[in-house]
Design a binder for this molecule. Structure first.
Ligand code: GDP
Length: 476
């Protein structure tokens, strides 16, 4: 019972209350003290156990070695803002439309495939149609490694910029090989050699300098050297990756985009990673399930079968899956529904648990029993006030037991990224003459994130000060 546990914890030298959450480590100790084995199960393990009960394995299992077949590489385009990522994706999409293909009009479904000729062979490449590393990282965070190769776009007239470096870091952290597209070579002042030099600092050494990274000079606007870039992608894939998958298994993969369509209901673009997805399959993606009623490709043409690395739009889910959710095909509708239901129930529990854990100014003193650090995110209407507010807040005398930290600051409205960070680090968000809008407000409310609005600096200082004094630990 709780009282006995609090007592046991006390013996361990931990002062806790019955309703407070404790670290996994302490839980383990507590278990020993009370002669129980306590196992802390991660969400991934829990999900694996859930699938186990249905005799389903996700990922690892590739089936019979003899059934493995080559699959096209999946590419994400990353790089600094305005360096031409979107333009490049458009150009590739347009120049590689196969003749006779439904008038060649592609629609954005989140990914597309193109054909290119490399050494007399026709080779396919799949492009994720959302530029930037955000989607890439979000998918990785959910355990879905969707990308085989990263194309890093650098504008030759601008050079290596902060987001270029970020993109390289993300690719390297994921062990994804990089092809560098040096873009805008049509522009005056373009200096492609300088880009090669700059990038040596980040471990990307061009082949012509004895390294193993392929650099291709392109103009996304004029369509220059696009074929060479596609060839470089294929060659890099051939040289560094073993891209094989078993098309004979039940399909698994990842949902890369999903929305509610007025006429068609929930629509999800999925990328098949193994197996073959077919019309009629029972499917579950995250906590959404359904039966594949129809599949269409980026030309809005019907498809009956999708093999590994093929992106397709799936119609037939009963609700909208999340972008980045993994999907799998199961034997029966009943199983799909059960898996989805259990995941939903688990998510509700997890949200309930995490909501209770979060800090708000009102219950800071309670929260302090868990942590003596108050994390703040400051957003304001201009950089002057943001800096002034931060400086003033950091001057508050908080004593030695509490630490005030400004973990992020910026100009502009309160965004989803701010709320995500607040969730990850239990922070409070201060908005100075700026607000959160619509969905962001909902998300914050849902996750129990405290957002405070101010228009006078001293009001903000006053409130934080009060909260902090109320927050100081009672002395024994
Ligand atoms: P993103 O933010 O990286 O997606 O960049 P965009 O694709 O939106 O491109 C930013 C700007 O650069 C747009 O005005 C493009 O038309 C322009 N741009 C992109 N590629 C080229 C190029 O190869 N040459 C020139 N001159 N302009 C380009």
């Amino acid at each position: 019972n709780p009282a006995a546990m609090v007592q046991a914890m006390f013996h361990l030298g931990e002062m806790v209350t019955a309703t407070q959450s404790v670290s996994d480590e302490i839980l383990g100790l507590l278990g020993q003290e009370m002669n129980y084995t306590i196992q802390v199960v991660s969400p991934e393990e829990e999900d694996r156990e859930l699938l186990d009960t249905f005799d389903i394995t996700y990922g690892e299992d590739a089936g019979d070695e003899d059934d493995l077949e080559f699959r096209p590489p999946v590419v994400t385009v990353m790089g600094h803002v305005d360096h031409g990522k979107t333009r490049l994706l458009d150009t590739i999409r347009k120049t590689n439309v196969q003749e006779g293909e439904a008038g060649g009009i592609t629609q954005h479904i989140g990914a597309y495939q193109v054909v290119t000729e490399v050494g007399e062979q026709e080779r396919l490449i799949t492009f994720i149609d959302t530029p930037g590393h955000e989607a890439f990282t979000a998918m990785r965070a959910r355990g879905a490694n969707s990308t085989d190769i990263a194309v890093i776009v650098v504008a030759a007239d601008d050079g290596v910029m902060p987001q270029t470096v970020e993109a390289i870091n993300h690719a390297q952290a994921a062990s994804v090989p990089v092809v560098v597209a040096v873009n805008k070579i049509d522009k005056q002042g373009a200096n492609p050699q300088r880009i090669r030099q700059q990038l040596t600092d980040y471990g990307l050494i061009a082949e012509e300098y004895g390294g193993d990274t392929m650099f291709v000079d392109i103009s996304a606007r004029q369509g220059t050297n696009i074929d060479a870039l596609l060839e470089a992608i294929v060659l890099t894939a051939d040289a560094t990756l073993d891209l094989r998958a078993n098309p004979k298994m039940e399909a698994q993969g990842v949902a890369i985009e999903a929305h509610l369509d007025r006429g068609r209901g929930p629509v999800a673009t999925v990328l098949v990673q193994r197996g073959t997805l077919r019309v009629g399959d029972s499917i579950v993606a995250g906590d959404a399930y359904g039966r594949v009623r129809r599949m269409v490709d980026e030309f809005n043409e019907d498809i009956i079968e999708a093999t590994p690395s093929r992106p397709v739009q799936v119609i037939g889910f009963t609700s909208v899956p999340g972008a980045g959710d993994t999907f799998l095909v199961v034997d029966e509708d009943r199983v799909a529904r059960q898996i989805a239901d259990r995941r939903q129930a688990r998510m509700r529990n997890a949200q309930f648990a995490s909501r209770r854990k979060r800090v708000s100014l009102e219950d800071l003193d309670k929260a302090l029993k868990e942590t003596s650090q108050l994390n703040l995110i400051i957003k304001g209407d201009n950089s002057g006030t943001v800096e002034a507010l931060e400086a003033a807040l950091l001057k508050i005398d908080v004593g030695e037991e509490v630490e005030l930290r400004v973990i992020d600051r910026g100009v502009g409205g309160i965004t989803k990224a701010n709320v995500d960070l607040a969730i990850a680090s239990d922070a409070i968000i201060l908005g100075f003459n700026v607000r959160a809008e619509g969905k962001v407000v909902d998300q914050a409310a849902h996750e129990g994130i405290d957002i405070r609005y101010y228009s006078v600096i001293y009001r903000a200082i006053e409130e934080i000060e009060q909260a902090l004094t109320g927050m100081l630990k009672p002395e024994y």
